[in-house]
Design a protein around this ligand. Structure first.
Ligand SMILES: [Zn+2]
Length: 146
C-alpha cells in the first residue's frame, strides 16, 4: 500500500465517521469506491414540506401520545414516525406519525426502538410495558392471572 493509498483509506474512514454523525461529504470519493451506506436524513427533515406536516400533526394531535398512555396530559413538541423510516423517503413521507413531547421522544421512544419495550415501572414496582420480558406470562409477570 502506497502512502497515497493509505491516506485515501484514512480519509474514507474519517468521512464514514463524519457521515455517521450526520455530516456528509462525498468529495473524497474516487470512482469505484464503496458507496456510503447511511442515507442523509437531515435532507428530508430540512424540507418545507416536512415542517408543514409536522406542524399539522401537532395542531391536530397536540398532546404527547406516550404521556397520554400513562394518564398524563403533556403538550407535544415533536412529530415522530411511529415506525423508524431509516432514511427511506417513502416511509418518511407516508409512514404513520404521532405527537410526542421531547422527553418521551428522546427517552422512551429511543428505548422502545432499541430493545422493543421500555423499562418504566408503576408505583408497585412492576414494568408497565406489556412487551417487557417480565410480562411474558401476562401483566405483572402473570401474577394477576390466578
Ligand atoms: Zn411525553
Amino acid at each position: 500500500m502506497s502512502v497515497a493509498d493509505f491516506r485515501h483509506a484514512q480519509r474514507q474512514r474519517r468521512a464514514r465517521q463524519r457521515q455517521s454523525r450526520g455530516l456528509v461529504s462525498t468529495a473524497f470519493l474516487r470512482d469505484g469506491d464503496m458507496k456510503l451506506e447511511r442515507p442523509n436524513r437531515s435532507k428530508l427533515y430540512d424540507k418545507r414540506r416536512w415542517r408543514r406536516l409536522a406542524k399539522w400533526q401537532l395542531v391536530h394531535d397536540p398532546l404527547c401520545r406516550l404521556c397520554a398512555d400513562r394518564g398524563l396530559i403533556v403538550p407535544a413538541t415533536v412529530c415522530d414516525h411511529v415506525v423508524p423510516h431509516g432514511g427511506d423517503p417513502n416511509k418518511f413521507w407516508n409512514g404513520a406519525r404521532q405527537s410526542l413531547c421531547a422527553s418521551c421522544h428522546d427517552g422512551l421512544k429511543q428505548q422502545i426502538e432499541r430493545q422493543g419495550y421500555h423499562c418504566e415501572i408503576d408505583i408497585t414496582g412492576y414494568p408497565t410495558d406489556l412487551n417487557h420480558p417480565f410480562n411474558a406470562f401476562g401483566p405483572r409477570g402473570g401474577l394477576l392471572q390466578k
